[in-house]
Design a protein around this ligand. Sequence first.
Ligand code: SAM
Length: 289
Amino acid sequence: MIDDLPPLREVVARHGLDAKKTLGQNFLFDLNLTSRIARAAGPFADTVVIEIGPGPGGLTRALLAQGAHVVAIERDQRCLPALAEIAAHYPGRLTIIEGDALEIDAAALARQHCASGASEPARARICANLPYNVATALLTRWIEAEPWPSIFDRYVLMFQKEVALRIVATPANRADYGRLAVLCGWRTRARILFDVSPAAFTPPPKVTSSVVELVPNSAPLACNPQALSRVTQAAFGQRRKMLRQSLKSLGVDVSALLSGAAIEETKRAEEVDVAGFVALARRLEKLGG
Ligand code: SAM
């Protein structure tokens, strides 16, 4: 028991919250597990947590029970009455926003809830069991945000394990190393905290999930995120080809680009580390690409 609210299965049955696949709905009912995820994101003194997709509110309840202020964005209207019951149980601590997280500026939202008065939270964090269909789009948006570091001091997020491996990969993990790893490796220190078996969810997904922690680097190598995105898109878009070939689509002098970044023309994308991609992105901007 983490609170006096009814069991989640009862809440789901009472509000008719049959899981919808189109919304990536795989709910967690095990309060031990939701508490473990919340603990990984804590401690929460003076902290507002933005949660994406609270659904019936399992993780939300764990975050609140551990002292967080929570601002939860949920797209499925059917979940709102169940979430309103939780908000009533924690007066002034849970704000529910109905909407599509892809259309909401999470940092602006966090700023609204941070430090506008002495009683307001001073820190902001994102914690979520993300809907899998929009998980990488959301993460990319948060990590490409300007200015950096953003308002968030940490991101504790559940992904499909396959995506988690792509987030934390280095050139040593060739199959998983790609655009996501370069972006996350540039601006954060990312690690997998623990795996969660499909059996923990209702309904169970086909694959294992992982909880990932991303801690922002306060001073990442200077680089324009758009330029980095263009370089990694070109390089990994043809990852089996040598860079002298794959980078041609950037429309600049590829030899000058590679030599300016001190990278051999015969290298492939998966052999270039984050610092190498940052050097390429900086050179691309200099070359006017
Ligand atoms: N947090 C709950 C849990 O752990 O049991 C539910 C997690 S479930 C994997 C993902 C949740 O995200 C669902 O409640 C779904 O309705 C919601 N969702 C899906 N797409 C969304 C979007 N674009 N914006 C906000 N919420 C979304």
